[in-house]
Design a protein around this ligand. Structure first.
Ligand code: PLP
Length: 414
């Protein structure tokens, strides 16, 4: 039987833009055009309101208090855990751990799981297109344990060489830690396939979902990854909140990462016992207000419709790519077949930083530099790129302004 036909209305982008107060501001006398969403997205009013509501009405520390404010704050905090659980399709709420961001989530795995499981001679596999936060923790671990870091190469289009990946896997592979969507290229990696190949050899898989969670539908059970890490601030949510999903069996066997309040069951000078999941990994007072407000960000995405958002962003991506290549001397870095929401480019004779400054003079915010992916830049023999990245509130008109801005850059710099 054919799948039922789903007809979805195009999004009312003008109405959505009204939800983001910052989009009304000007920069240097020009209306703001915000194209740095891969670094952090802007926040809708619901998120700002949730933060204000928390601090205005029920600011209290959570889990420990029996007074009304503490109970309200605890309940709201835990509701976000439920929302995240269903957002990524995790089997249970105990598998959702709040951290400060993707970086801390990956470090948690490196320090806790890594130090308990990696031995001399073991191998950890990552790829050429990793963000520094999915390189450095493993380098530190490998150095400490005398383990070996192996790197999956990529082709000129910015796609993983899957044959090479398979060749890297072996009996010593303990962990594969792979980015789902590259922040510098936009490439979507086949993480389900990567996971299955790693599992066939008994290796554990961590997926860095910092860029994917906002653009793709995430189902951690379908991916079957062992860990999945992402940051709220790239999903229309507040800064300072991250998520680590981990399979229960693994999390239960892992030693604590940080010690302190909240993560214990009982403390004595003779012996301390640890709390159940997920609290074992949530030492100290968490970022309560921002975790609570993160729920509003997820609800914003769900009510807008993730599929509709994806379609809109894909339209922007294709439109922008087709317009940008018309600019003389412009070269797109990263031409993967599977790609979302990011365009990195260089222009002959123009330093990326100069491109960024000249665009900012017209109110257009783009990112320039190595994007915390220096080994990737080395692979392309370039110091950096200029990068535009899209969110639901961006428009084709904004891309037209970007193109005009870049035409001016070319005129000035060549
Ligand atoms: N991984 C990727 C692919 C990213 O794009 C980023 C941030 O840009 C990170 C990890 C680190 O995220 P955070 O700085 O929120 O910890």
């Amino acid at each position: 039987m054919n799948a039922p036909l789903t007809i979805s209305k195009p999004l009312d982008i003008a109405a959505i833009r009204q939800e983001f107060p910052v989009l009304n501001r000007e920069v240097k006398g020009w209306p703001l055009i915000y194209l740095d969403n891969a670094a952090t997205s802007q926040k809708p009013r619901q998120v700002l309101d949730a933060l204000m509501h928390y601090y205005t009405n029920y600011n209290a520390n959570i889990h420990r208090g029996i007074h009304t404010l503490a109970e309200e704050a605890t309940a709201a905090f835990e509701l976000t855990r439920d929302e995240v659980q269903s957002f990524i399709g995790a089997p249970s709420r105990e598998e959702i751990i709040f951290t400060r961001g993707t970086t801390e989530s990956i470090n948690l795995v490196a320090y806790s799981w890594g130090r308990a499981n990696i031995r001399a001679g073991d191998e950890i596999v990552i790829s050429t297109m990793e963000h520094h936060s999915n390189i450095v923790p493993w380098q530190i671990l490998c150095e400490e344990k005398n383990a070996v870091l192996k790197i999956i190469p990529i082709n000129r289009n910015g796609e993983l060489l899957m044959d090479e990946y398979e060749k890297l896997l072996g009996p010593k592979t303990r962990l594969v830690s792979i980015v789902h969507v590259s922040n510098a290229l936009g490439t979507v990696n086949p993480v389900k396939q990567i996971t299955a190949l790693a599992h066939a050899l008994g290796a554990v898989v961590l997926v860095d979902g910092a860029q994917s969670a906002v653009h793709l539908d995430i189902d951690v059970q379908d991916l079957d990854c062992d860990f999945f890490a992402f940051s709220a601030h790239k999903l229309y949510g507040p800064t300072g909140v991250g998520v680590l999903y981990g399979k229960k069996q693994l999390l239960e066997a892992m030693p604590p990462f940080l010690g302190g309040g909240e993560m214990i069951r009982e403390v004595s000078f003779k012996k301390t016992t640890f709390n159940d999941l997920p609290y074992k990994f949530e030492a100290g007072t968490p970022n309560i207000g921002d975790v609570i407000a993160f729920r509003s960000a997820i609800r914003f995405m769900n009510t807008t419709g993730k599929e509709e958002i994806r379609r809109h962003e894909q339209d922007l991506l294709e439109y922008a790519q087709s317009e940008l290549v018309k600019i003389p001397g412009l070269q797109i870095i990263g031409k993967a077949k599977e790609k979302v929401s990011v365009i990195s480019f260089i222009i002959d004779k123009a330093h990326p930083q100069d491109i960024g400054i000249l665009l900012d003079n017209r109110g257009i915010a783009v990112r320039t530099g190595h994007h915390c992916a220096q080994p990737l830049m080395e692979r392309f023999s370039i110091p950096g790129t200029a990068r535009v990245s899209f969110a639901v509130y961006n428009t084709r008109d904004e891309i037209d302004e970007l193109v005009k801005g870049l035409q001016r850059v070319v005129k000035i710099l060549s």
